[in-house]
Design a protein around this ligand. Structure first.
Ligand code: AHR
Length: 516
């Protein structure tokens, strides 16, 4: 395959928040996976499982969404604050978790985790079984600087300073588990909740620091013959605007049609189905972006909304990842292994999000620990980093860089996918090359318009694409530095550089290049 990269044809800045994570009270994502409690025999720091915390410290997730997902719609934040022995015990039925919920991990534990990791918290409020007053109090508890009763309660719970939580989700998948609403019923609810959000500013001229996120569609799927985005925005144009900053689309790559296909057992057909499936997100997000902007144009024309300043809403992918059929029956709930097949789709998804960074500003992998597209798996006291963890680590270098255009110069069908980003000075080029062929290696010819040196190459691959990391064999699939002299052959001519790069079958590769 021949690709050429023109560092001058830029797409936009890659918001680090495209590398976000999602954690939920589901299965052993939080309880057991992230949180074991201070009295646990499992090594922990103030109750956070140490091995998980260390992995997250290395990963530095820019944003973390919590407490759900579906769970958010049954979550009452007051159950999870204050002295541990006084917290409520409830029952968690979410996705057949079927566990007692002692609420020992609550708002303060989540927000301290975000502080430890330097992550922006995104809290999804309970729109289904909670109230506007409950939401408002939660926001006050987290963010109020003035010494109100709720601010004093936060101080009594060990955090005097406001946490400054900016991102608030209003509803989750409201077309399904979040209320089986129509766009109009959701809009009516959304307006009540969003209009009641405090601004936490005492400067009347300051724009609000709070960021309201509306529940968006399920991919491109119409629900109950309703076109979600068109109808939601058309409805929005009938009113003066409530705060709305982001629109949260969810996309799962469903692998549920073949009973014989499991997370670790698949043939070439199953491999190709899952790879192709993840790529659908690119068209979906572009369609949704267009529909949102058509909707915003309606708002601009609307007489009712005409004094509104709403000209832009961010597109967010609040949940994405592979969902294999066995996850439905898994114990703990929704736990699935992660092979090279999942690592490849994780890489391709990050590539397509980064390539569309002029449209998408935030995205969260579903989910970080022990649920679906995991980065971390735990079993009792043992902790395993999956190949997905390595992909996210390899891609960290893209955060804050500028995405650039990558053009394919050949007509042949190829399973190799490329993405590139460049730093502000136009010197440091980072190229992702993913060979999505299950069994064949590939050669890529990379054409650059200037002289260049390949500094390093990192590769994630395994001799068998079904390989995964287990507690018995935790490092079967690990990214490694490749000797560039053996894998990349560079020639320069006419001021340009051509790089011939050898890629193993079923591999994710990143090339660090310096342009001269
Ligand atoms: O990530 C698992 C679940 O998938 C979430 O709780 C829900 O929002 C989605 O349907």
């Amino acid at each position: 395959m021949v690709v050429s990269i023109d560092p001058n044809r830029t797409i936009g800045r890659i918001d680090p928040k495209l590398h976000g994570q999602f954690i939920e009270f589901l299965g052993e994502c939080i309880d057991g996976g992230l949180w074991v409690g201070e009295d646990s025999p499992i090594e922990n720091e103030h109750g956070y499982r140490k091995a998980t915390l260390d992995a997250l410290r290395a990963l530095e997730p820019p944003v973390i969404r919590w407490p759900g997902g579906c769970y958010a719609d049954t979550y009452h934040w007051r159950d999870g604050i204050g002295p541990k022995e006084e917290r409520k015990t409830t029952f968690n039925e979410n996705f057949a978790t079927y566990e007692l919920d002692d609420h020992s991990f609550g708002t303060d534990e989540f927000l301290r985790l975000c502080e430890l990791l330097g992550a922006e918290p995104w809290i999804n409020i309970n729109m289904l079984s909670g109230t506007v007053a409950e939401m408002k109090d939660w926001m006050e508890y987290c963010n109020r600087e003035q010494p109100t009763d709720l601010a004093k309660e936060r101080e009594a719970n060990g955090h005097k300073a406001p946490y400054g939580v900016k991102y608030w989700g209003i509803g989750n998948e409201v077309w399904a588990g979040g209320g089986t609403m129509t766009p109009q019923t959701y809009l009516d609810e959304y307006r009540r909740f969003a209009s009641a959000m405090p601004s936490f500013t005492t400067d009347v001229f300051a724009s609000t620091q709070m960021y309201a996120i509306a529940s968006g569609p399920d991919g491109n799927k119409p629900r109950e013959r309703v076109k979600w985005t068109e109808d939601f925005f058309r409805g929005l144009a009938q009113y003066r605007q409530p705060p709305i900053n982001g629109y949260d689309l969810h996309f799962y790559n469903w692998n549920v049609d073949n009973d014989a296909d499991t997370p670790t057992e698949f043939d070439e057909n199953g491999w190709n189905t899952v790879i192709r499936g993840c790529l659908e997100l690119e068209d979906i997000l572009q369609d949704q972006w267009r529909l949102m902007n058509n909707g915003l144009a309606l708002i601009q024309e609307s007489e009712v909304a005409m004094d509104s300043k709403l000209t832009h809403v961010d597109l967010i992918i609040g949940e994405w990842g592979n969902w294999h059929k066995t996850a439905f029956f898994a114990r703990p709930a929704l736990k699935q292994q992660v092979t090279m097949r999942d690592a490849i789709t994780t890489a391709l998804t990050l590539d397509l999000l980064q390539r569309n960074c002029d449209k998408v500003t935030m995205a969260c992998n579903a989910q970080t620990i022990n649920v679906l597209n995991s980065l971390i798996l735990t079993e009792g006291g043992r902790t395993v980093l999956t190949p997905n963890f390595d992909v996210f680590m390899m891609y960290k270098a893209h955060r804050g860089m500028t995405a650039v255009d990558v053009a394919r110069n050949d007509s042949e069908d190829s399973d190799v996918y490329a993405f590139a980003s460049i730093d502000e000075e136009g010197k440091r080029l980072l190229v992702d090359l993913t060979n999505a062929h299950m069994s064949d290696g590939a050669e890529v010819i990379l054409q650059l318009p200037c002289e260049a040196d390949v500094e390093s190459m990192e590769t994630l691959a395994s001799s068998d694409p079904h390989d995964c990391n287990t507690v018995e064999h935790p490092d079967v699939v690990r990214a490694r530095d490749i000797d560039v002299n053996g894998a990349v052959y560079a020639t320069t001519a006419g001021g340009g550089t051509q790089l011939r790069v050898q890629l193993p079958a079923a591999s994710v590769n990143t090339l660090h290049v310096t342009l001269r």
